[in-house]
Structures are given as structure tokens and as C-alpha cells.
Design a binder for this molecule. Structure first.
Ligand code: UTP
Length: 414
């Protein structure tokens, strides 16, 4: 056996992961080489620590959670709204604004065979989600006399399909030079015993490392550099799966500029104390999001003198960042959260195992964990029916059916 194999085996032994080389002899030369490189680049110590963290109870009990100030768009006077819009529009017209779409998720709940953006919403015009987003960007380009640069974050799993979809459809008439795809990072998954898993290609099974990985991926892939070269100062970072996402919003930008902060997030009013959404808050004096899994019942149900929820600003993953803030966060490490998921893998006898219940841990970071790295941020409360039509589940809540209805109602389509 050669030196590289020995080094890889030594690394694995140190962390009790030697089983990864059990079926090595059966692999092609190309796959052997790929596997050894993978073993030598993966941070096995990090995986050990992440696995250990799944056994620890995380307590937020000592965190000081307070409500956060917000601007309610619908309560602004005409004068205030104009002030914010003018501030924002001026920057957009000067070409200082870009859009980043997070499209690296696996979309497991929707279960569509392909990247979520290629999913057709079921409208008469047969448009896919990506096309719906493009229509929106094109309308803004026309309005502001610019071509807004569009950065699309994909993953190893869906990058090729995503890029091909755009090419085959001639970028739906968008200027291809204004679109840049970049891949997000990945982390190995591990079994409930902390063992790495093999995938069907003879590699260690890895999965996208969550939307929080976007900042580091933007730096590693030269997106931040590209923005700086183009003189872009602000980037809206939003999801692929909200068909009413307002990617170009001068009000949001104007509020951020007016408040002299480097980030701003959009909220919609939480539907009720039990809705499964994270809400914006101040955590230990810094902006943050308290997730529905961690908020205490008392805080979730607290109301003000008018009977309104005190923690009502739902985070809808539509946030704006100054490029300086993106760069700053990209140099720091966001915490990882573990999710218990179903993962197919190849067992030690070389057999494919397709689990029926969760059998593995996936590690992800969340975009909102970056908020407390910022001194402050502005929150703009917008109307749910105007800006929030998520496509998450195959049926029921937040499904194509509900999103289609919201989309049609908003655009007045019968
Ligand atoms: P979700 O957290 O809803 O995940 O993503 P998902 O992958 O789309 O769906 P499920 O949970 O597997 O059913 C919210 C947004 O963040 C992006 C998604 O593409 C979506 O736009 N995302 C999520 C990434 O870009 N990368 C990730 O690793 C996770």
C-alpha cells in the first residue's frame, strides 16, 4: 500500500473511523484516489466534536431574550416611506445592489426530483420557481435601469442540474454574464454511533452544511471579491422557495441606510404563539433569532397592553447585508446545529441501506446565527400576504397549493 493510503489510515485510526477503508480494494483507481483525498481533507476532529455535541443538552436559560425594535412598513407615513425608498432607490440605480439566492437545500420535504427552483408551481403559464424569481428581477431591472447581478448558491448535489436548467432555457432572457453560480460547503454526516458513512460512489457521505455556510462559501468562491470589483455594497440574501420574495426592496435598504446599520431583516407577524417559526429578538443585547424549539412558553405567549404578541417578528429568511458585514462574518465560525435525518449509505458488507427512520446526524449552520456578530440590525415588518409564500411541504401548510393561491391573489390572477 502506498504512503497516501497509510496516512489516510492513520488519520482514520486516530478517530476510530477505519471502517471507511473496508471496501477500498473494490473501488476503481479514480474512486480510490478521491476517497483518500477526502479522508485527508476532512477535519475528523471537528466531526468528533460535532457528534459529541449531539449528546449534550444545550441550554439557553441564561440568555437574556428581549424584543427587538422594528419598523412597521404599513404604519409608515407617506413621507417616511418616500424617505426610505429614495435612499434605497438611489443605491440600486447606482449599481450598488446585488441579489443572492440560497438554492443549496435538499428540499426533502417537497420531494421534487430536481433542484427546488426547477419545480413548476402549477400556474397556467407553467413557470418554475426560478422563472418566477427571474420575472421579478427583470421587472426591477427595467424599473431602475440596471442589470442586477444575481448570485445563486447551489450544492454539490444540485449544482450541475441547476446550471443546466438555466443554460437549456437560455437563462430565461436574463443576461448570463450577470448570473454567477457558486457551491456551498459540505460536512460529513455520521451515524448514531458517531461513525462516518459511505455513499453509493465510494466516498464519505457529506451533506450541505446549512444556509449559514453562505458567508464562508461566498468568500471561498470569490463572490465577495466579485461584488467588491463591481462596486456592489449591498446584497439581499433570500431563499429560493418563497414565490413572493421581494428581492429588490428599496424600503428595506433605505431603513438600513437610515439606521446606519450593516444588515436588515424582514419579518412578518407570527400567526400565533404556537406557530413553528423563529422570531427576531435581542439576545444578550445583540440581534438574533429565537427558534420555536428554544423559546419558553412564557415568552411565546407574552402579550403587550394591546394583546399583541411581544415576540411577533417572524424571521422569513429575507435579509440584507452590507458587503463589509458579509466579509466580516465570512471570516468567523458560525455554530453548528445537528439534525437527525434519514440517510442512505453503504454498509460494511458493501450493501446499500435505505433507512425507514432517521439514522444519522447532519450538521448545519443557520444564517441567523450571524446576526449576533453584528452590532445592530434593522427589522422591517412587512405583510405576510405580500411577501411570504413558501414552498416547503408536498401538501398542506406551506405547500405548492398554498403558495400558488398566495401568488395568484397577490398578482390578481384568477
Ligand atoms: P430549508 O431550511 O427550508 O431547507 O431551506 P430545504 O433544503 O429547502 O428543505 P428541506 O428541509 O430539506 O425540506 C431554506 C432555504 O435555504 C436554502 C434552501 O435552498 C432554501 O432556499 N438552503 C438550505 C441552502 O441553500 N443550503 C442549505 O444547506 C440549506
Amino acid at each position: 500500500m502506498d504512503e497516501k493510503y497509510e496516512s489516510a489510515m492513520n488519520c482514520l485510526r486516530k478517530y476510530g473511523q477505519e471502517h471507511i477503508l473496508n471496501n477500498y480494494d473494490k473501488l476503481s483507481d479514480e474512486k480510490k484516489e478521491k476517497l483518500l483525498n477526502q479522508i485527508l481533507t476532512i477535519d475528523l476532529n471537528q466531526i468528533k466534536e460535532l457528534y459529541e455535541s449531539t449528546k449534550k443538552e444545550v441550554s439557553f436559560a441564561n440568555d437574556k431574550i428581549e424584543p427587538i425594535d422594528f419598523v412597521d412598513k404599513s404604519a409608515l407615513s407617506e413621507e417616511e416611506l418616500n424617505k426610505y425608498n429614495t435612499l434605497g432607490e438611489n443605491e440600486i440605480k447606482k449599481g450598488k445592489y446585488a441579489v443572492v439566492t440560497m438554492a443549496g437545500g435538499q428540499g426533502t420535504r417537497l420531494g421534487h426530483n430536481g433542484p427546488k427552483g426547477t419545480f413548476k408551481l402549477g400556474l397556467e403559464n407553467d413557470k418554475s420557481i426560478f422563472e418566477i424569481l427571474i420575472d421579478n428581477l427583470k421587472a426591477n431591472n427595467e424599473k431602475y435601469g440596471v442589470t442586477i447581478p444575481w448570485y445563486i448558491m447551489t450544492s454539490r448535489e444540485n449544482n450541475e442540474q441547476t446550471e443546466n436548467f438555466f443554460k437549456e432555457n437560455n437563462y430565461f432572457g436574463y443576461d448570463p454574464k450577470a448570473i454567477m453560480f457558486f457551491k456551498q460547503g459540505e460536512l460529513p454526516m455520521c451515524s448514531e454511533e458517531g461513525k462516518l458513512l459511505m455513499d453509493e460512489n465510494g466516498s464519505i457521505k457529506e451533506a450541505a452544511d446549512g444556509h449559514g455556510g453562505i458567508f464562508e462559501s461566498m468568500r471561498r468562491n470569490g463572490v465577495i471579491f466579485d461584488m467588491q470589483q463591481k462596486g456592489i455594497e449591498w446584497a439581499f440574501i433570500g431563499p429560493v422557495d418563497n414565490v413572493l420574495v421581494k428581492m429588490v426592496d428599496p424600503t428595506l435598504l433605505g431603513v438600513a441606510i437610515d439606521k446606519n446599520v450593516l444588515a436588515a431583516g424582514k419579518s412578518v407577524v407570527k400567526a400565533g404563539p404556537k406557530e413553528k417559526v423563529g422570531v427576531f429578538c435581542k439576545r444578550n443585547g445583540k440581534p438574533g433569532v429565537v427558534e420555536y424549539t428554544e423559546i419558553t412558553e412564557d415568552l411565546a405567549e407574552a402579550t403587550d397592553e394591546n394583546g399583541n404578541l411581544v415576540f411577533a417578528e417572524s424571521h422569513i429568511n429575507c435579509n440584507l447585508f452590507n458587503v463589509k458585514a458579509i466579509e466580516e462574518v465570512s471570516l468567523k465560525k458560525l455554530p453548528y446545529h445537528s439534525a437527525h435525518k434519514k440517510a442512505k449509505y453503504i454498509d460494511e458488507n458493501g450493501e446499500l441501506v435505505v433507512p425507514e427512520k432517521p439514522n444519522a446526524y447532519k450538521f448545519e449552520s443557520f444564517i441567523f446565527d450571524a446576526f449576533d456578530m453584528l452590532e445592530d440590525m434593522a427589522i422591517l415588518r412587512v405583510k405576510r400576504e405580500e411577501e411570504f409564500a413558501p414552498v416547503k411541504n408536498a401538501e398542506g401548510n406551506d405547500s405548492p397549493e398554498t403558495a400558488r393561491k398566495l401568488y395568484k391573489d397577490f398578482y390578481g390572477i384568477k
